[in-house]
Design a protein around this ligand. Structure first.
Ligand code: FAD
Length: 430
């Protein structure tokens, strides 16, 4: 029997250190640093770099990476346990060198990059000397990449990229962008596109605007027009027509890492909800003594435990198979569950905090909106449900009989065949 739901004591010590470090040193940064990805911000560098060094010294830097890429290679289960702490703070992932989208972009550079691409882009990315952007979604559609129109055409020794991309997060801070473009228009839908590594100082990359998700906060999701952007022939990442395969390598990890960090947000709002209901009185008793409040606490706890088990089991499967495609179904399930759990728990916490809960003085309203962004980013919930159902149904077969295999009459007949001599004839047979 190999089922085990315990963290080994040695790693638990590391988690305890991370917990205290994030609470004391990292969470306060969220209130003084505008954009943790803005490497031009001197205040950001002065505050974040010494903390990154502490993490390196502790051998907890870039824990999503294997030893071959400079990480400790702890695997996804340990990363999940870390991320359910790091996800509490916007700055923590970057302090620990495992922030999106750089972690996913690093992963595909490691898988598909040439030696030169690794030296020029991957190495500094892993050290957080630079940050990156993944530029795939287009204004006319994100959920279906088959409608993408951005073209890359080979002219002599150069690819020339033209088109528009939408919600390219962190493009303004990035040193390079990974861009998906049509290179083989006559191929079958999933072989039409290739992936490119494009340095952000290449002429023709025009950011039309940065879209924001928060009132009054500067946006970071770029609407980009690529106009005659020229990159060398070898700027392609992977082979021609291989963009979907490259994207899947990246998105599998990206989705599960978001889900791990979401666990931290969910846990935080649950803790706040519990504190509140024990502290607040109405109509002569604590909120915690009211049964409809107790139901909210109980439902939240059950949903959190269910989600956490699904998440950790999926992380365990990734460690076991070392192949995201083999765990596609499970990752899709986690991706679908992630926005719902945040919406449910943050929504209840918001309600139980009353007017304070809806205000900008508490995090719940943001978390509720974040739940919708989590349901969209890396593909909408509906699409992942389709993937999940298709994968599940591959494990089943149709029957060509008019009645289902487990039709009660068939079951009874089977039982009679097996035990007929012992149970005697049926009423009809007498
Ligand atoms: C915060 C945030 C950050 C992002 N960062 C990036 C980034 O860095 N790089 C990047 O390339 N993209 C990024 N995106 C874009 C994201 O990947 C897309 O928003 C997503 O793929 C959905 O595309 P869309 O917004 O065009 O929605 P659409 O494709 O227009 O879909 C809209 C809605 O239609 C429904 N729908 C779509 N398809 C189906 C279907 N098959 N069946 C049933 N219903 C369906 C769903 O309800 C879906 O939400 C980001 C998005 C967000 C919100």
């Amino acid at each position: 029997m190999a089922w085990d739901f315990e963290t080994d004591p040695e790693f638990q010590q590391e988690l305890n250190w991370i917990d205290a470090f994030v609470r004391e040193e990292v969470e306060p940064l969220d209130h003084v640093i505008e954009h943790p990805y803005d490497l031009q911000d001197e205040t950001r560098n002065a505050l974040i770099k010494p903390l990154q060094q502490q993490v390196r010294d502790r051998k907890l830097w870039a824990c999503h990476l294997g030893a071959n890429l400079g990480g400790p290679g702890y695997g996804q289960v340990k990363l999940a346990l870390m991320n359910e702490i790091l996800g509490r703070s916007g700055c923590a992932p970057i302090v620990f060198g495992c922030q999106a989208p750089d972690s996913g972009n690093g992963e595909i550079l490691a898988h598909y990059g040439t030696a030169e691409q690794k030296e020029r882009f991957l190495k500094p990315l892993l050290e957080n000397e630079i940050v990156s952007c993944f530029s795939m979604t287009e204004p006319q559609g994100g959920a279906d990449p088959k409608v993408f129109k951005t073209r890359a055409e080979l002219e002599g020794d150069e690819w020339v990229i033209n088109g528009e991309k939408w919600f390219s997060s962190n493009a303004s801070f990035a040193s390079f962008l990974i861009v998906m473009a049509v290179t083989e228009p006559d191929e079958t839908p999933y072989r039409r596109m290739s992936m490119f590594v494009v340095p952000s100082d290449t002429p023709g990359i025009n950011i039309l605007r940065n879209v924001s998700m928060r009132d009054g906060k500067e946006g970071t999701h770029a609407y980009i027009r690529y106009e005659d952007v020229r990159v060398p022939k070898d700027a392609i990442l992977g082979g021609r027509g291989q963009a979907f395969e490259v994207a899947q390598t990246r998105l599998g990890g990206g989705r599960i890492h978001h889900a791990m960090r979401t666990m931290a947000q969910v846990k935080m709002s649950f803790d706040m909800m519990c504190e509140r209901v024990l502290s607040r009185e109405t109509q002569g008793e604590r909120l915690a003594d009211k049964q409809m409040v107790q139901e909210k606490i109980a439902d939240s706890w059950i949903e959190i435990e269910q989600y956490r088990l699904l998440l950790l089991r999926t992380a365990w499967l990734i460690d076991k198979h070392q192949d995201y495609m083999m765990v596609r179904k499970d990752i899709a399930a986690v991706k679908v569950a992630m926005p719902q759990i945040l919406l449910n728990v943050a929504g209840r916490a918001l309600t139980l905090h009353g007017a304070l809960g809806v205000s900008t003085e508490m995090p719940f309203a943001h978390q509720v909106v974040d739940a919708f962004f989590l349901g969209l980013g890396d593909g909408p919930t509906e699409v992942h449900k389709i993937t999940l159902a298709k994968q599940i149904l591959r494990g089943y077969e149709a029957t060509d009989d008019l009645f289902p295999t487990r039709h009660l009459l068939k079951e009874q007949e089977r039982a009679r065949k097996k035990f007929g001599a012992l149970v005697g004839p049926t009423d009809d047979e007498i």
